[in-house]
Each structure stands twice: as C-alpha cells, then as structure tokens.
Design a protein around this ligand. Structure first.
Ligand SMILES: Cc1ncc(COP(=O)(O)O)c(C=O)c1O
Length: 444
C-alpha cells in the first residue's frame, strides 16, 4: 500500500517557488508537500503520516512541534517582535548567550549570534582572520578545509568545503584555501561502528600540508568533527586530538563546524565534549532552535575574544553582524531547547539510544547494493553502489520506495543519510531499518 501523502490540490501551486538543492522540473511534476508535523512525523494535506528519519534537515532533534518550544515562540512574539543587535539588545539574548556558554565546552565563553549555519561558518572564518590581524599577525589569512567537508553555501564556507560539484559554475572562490584529505581508509574502516580504532595518525597530513603552505600564513583549520552531508564519516580515534596538537604547535586556530553534530546528536551537547577535544571556535545552528526559528551561533574561546578587545574602548572591535542576529523569537526557541536538554536529558537519551541505532543500521550490511555503512551517535549513512552510468539513480529509487512506505529518508546521490530526531523509539528504529532493507530488496 502506498502511504506517501498525495497533494493533488496543491500540485498546480508550484510555479513560483524555486527550491534549494532540488531538481525543479522533477519536483513540479511530483511535488512533496507537508502541511503539518508532530513528534517523529510529517503530515500531508491528506492526513497521511510520514516517519521523519532526517530530523527535518538534521535539526528537529527534540521532535516536531515540541509544545514547550511552540509556546516559548508564541509568548516571545507577543512580547517583543524585533530589536536590533547593533549597539542594543534584549534580555533573552543576554540570558541565552550565558546559558549557551554553560552548555558549550569549557573555555568557549562568548557567543556571536547569526541566522544559519552558512552565516556561522563565514562569521567564524572572518573572526579567525580578524584574530590574527588584531594580534599583529595579518599574514595569517589561509583557511584549511577538508575533502567532503560541507560548510554551507556562503562564498567563505563554499571555499573551504570539500565537495567539488557544489562549486561548479560559481566562478572563483576564496584564493587562500587548502584542503586536507578525508581520514578514511575503506580497507580498515568500512562498516565500522563509531570511531574507527586506527587512523589517528592520518592527522599528520596537516603537518605536511603546513610545510607546503608555510604555517605562518595559515589562520585556521576548519572541520566537521564528524563529516555530515559529505557522507557521515566519524573521525578515527586520535585524529581530532592530532589536529588540535598540530594547530597548537603552529599558532593556528581550530574551528569545529558543529552545525550537524551540536545539540545532542552524538549523545553530548557538542561533539567537542563527546570526543574530548576543544576547538578555538565552534559553529552551530539547526538543533539550536530545534529548527523552529532560523538561528546560528559562533562560540569562541576567551583568547579569541580577548584578542579583539585591545584597541581603544570606543572602537567597534568586529565590523560584522546581521539584522536578525539574536532575533527575539530565535532566542526564545533556543532557550526552550536548552530547557529540554536540562529537564528531559535529551543528550543522555541520544547516548542511550545510539548503540541500538548503530547496531541495527549495521545489520543492513549484506543487503543488495550496500557498499558501506557508517554510523555514530544518532547519525548514519547507508552507502549504495551506484547504478552503472547513472550515479544517484539508485539512491533516489531507494528514497522513493521508502517514502511510498511512509518513511522519509534522505538520498544524497547514492548515500542514504539518516539523522532521526533524538527522541526516536526502538520500534521506529526498527521500522526505518526494515523499510530500507525492503527497499534494497525491491529496487534494481
Ligand atoms: C556542517 C554544516 N555546516 C554548515 C551548514 C549550513 O547551514 P545552513 O544550511 O543553515 O546555512 C550545514 C548545513 O547542512 C552543515 O551541515
């Protein structure tokens, strides 16, 4: 039985909205439209429910429509619609920044608010360069990213990203960038649960790259602690520690892009705490407000902030910011999310569920077309062998099959990328896995 929502009444309304990352003509032919969401499910116009295995887009960690978050936004909207953050603010922004500081790894004590992950990354890169400039070391401008890294769609984030096809057609990006390779060896790391045991020494590649680039010209290294959009690659044990040590040795800032890994996905507030490695700058977004209001943040170490505070007190230390930085609705949603972490133990819940999730997902090994499975915390990917001459077609067919069974999985090419809300139940894990298995048995 097909349980995918049918939205016949809305089919003709698709001629004005240009969707992100979407094949428009395919979409217009067969649009997927949801009119509501609740807990683990999306709801179609016809009332059909679809199990969300993507937490929206890695963001609805506490489940859809969480009443506490909804109420916080409602109340905030009636109190203060907007106030600029340029030379003024509101109490919730102050309170939320202080609560985030307590939630973040020790030593990261200052929060700069933005409105998305892309803005968070571009802000972090600018802060990194500005930090060296403020210390009289303005020659440090180079930014080092990593293969398969995804850091949003701003020109800065795209420049340090490691997914070439996203750069195609947009002309020159930032010149001063270099990239590490992905610390992944299929011979030893395929189908590993959590962090691969061996491979920490792959961080030494940074030392080699620095000798080529001249470390005195490098401002920052930016990595996702676990590669997300690029295909869910957990870091080998010791790898992040290695990057940290090399950055320290050369006075280079280490930036963790935690837009995906933040807010409980790995069973701790941030990956930095889960892995015990603290960056100089941390970016976040998505789960920050449970996806309910756009928001991002850059949380910086005291040493980074302090470097900016050296000039005359009346000068603006950072010529940067956005109209909607620390928007009242976003701050209210953000605080409600932190309430849920504190009162319901959302990160602990994710930590308890993760071993079952990881084991069940790995049990898909051996099904047709499965090339690899990688999983850590409540993240996972089932990588499929592409159809000869038609990359992405098998992934799309798998996602379509699952959707027709009432389970939304996200296909990125031939990767079935999974990041369910952290409140997922044992039965729902079973349903997602069984549906993917069924899909693999039925598609060619
Ligand atoms: C690691 C990472 N950084 C940055 C971004 C960009 O976030 P946004 O789409 O909110 O701009 C994303 C989005 O998926 C991401 O996964």
């Amino acid at each position: 039985m097909i349980t995918r929502p049918r939205n016949e009444g809305l089919r003709n309304d698709t001629d004005a909205f240009w969707l992100p990352f979407t094949p428009m003509r395919v979409f217009q032919h067969d649009p997927l439209i949801f009119t509501g969401a609740e807990g683990m499910h999306y709801i179609g116009a016809d009332g059909r429910r679809v199990l969300d295995s993507a937490a929206g887009l890695w963001c609805v960690n506490a489940g859809h429509g969480h009443p506490h978050i909804v109420e916080a936004i409602r109340t905030a909207a009636g109190r203060l619609d907007f106030v600029s953050s340029f030379k003024m603010t509101h109490p919730d922004a102050l309170a939320y920044a202080r609560r985030l500081r307590a939630f973040a790894p020790a030593g990261l004590d200052y929060v700069f608010f933005v409105n998305s992950g892309s803005e968070a990354v571009d802000t972090a890169l600018k802060i990194a360069r500005g930090y060296h400039h403020a210390r009289g070391d303005g020659a440090r401008t180079k930014l080092i990213g990593r293969a398969k890294g995804y850091h949003g769609m701003g020109f800065g984030g795209l420049s340090v990203s490691g997914i070439g096809r996203y750069k195609r057609g947009f002309g020159p990006l930032l010149a001063d960038t270099a990239h590490l390779s992905l610390p992944y060896k299929p011979e030893t790391m395929a189908f590993s649960q959590g962090q691969p045991a061996d491979g920490g020494s792959l961080a030494d590649e940074l030392e080699t790259l620095l000798q080529v680039q001249d470390p005195a010209t490098v401002a920052a290294v930016i990595v996702e602690p676990v590669v997300g959009s690029g295909g869910v690659y957990p870091p080998p044990r010791g790898y992040l520690e290695g990057l940290r040590a090399i950055c320290d040795r050369h006075g280079i800032l280490l930036i963790f892009d935690e837009v995906v890994t933040g807010f409980g996905r790995l069973g701790a507030p941030f990956a930095a705490q889960a892995f015990g490695v603290t960056p100089d700058i941390l970016t976040c977004a998505k789960g920050m407000t449970n996806g309910a209001v756009p928001m991002g943040g850059v949380i910086v170490g005291n040493h980074v902030y302090d470097a900016f505070m050296s000039g005359p007190p009346e000068t603006i230390e950072l010529f940067h910011g956005y109209t909607y930085s620390a928007h009242p609705l976003a701050c209210a949603a953000g605080m409600a999310v932190l309430d849920i972490f504190e009162n319901s133990g959302l990160a602990e819940q994710a930590a308890r569920t993760a071993p079952l999730w990881e084991t069940r997902l790995l049990s898909v090994k051996g099904r047709p077309h499965v090339a690899d499975i990688r999983t850590i915390g409540l993240l996972g990917v089932v990588e499929l062998d592409p159809r000869p001459g038609a990359p992405g077609a098998r992934g799309a067919a798998c996602a379509q099959f699952c959707l027709d069974q009432g389970v939304l999985v996200r296909a990125s090419g031939d990767l079935i990328v999974l990041s369910p809300p952290l409140v997922i139940s044992t039965e729902q894990i079973g349903l997602i896995v069984a549906t993917i298995e069924q899909a693999l048995e039925n598609i060619d």
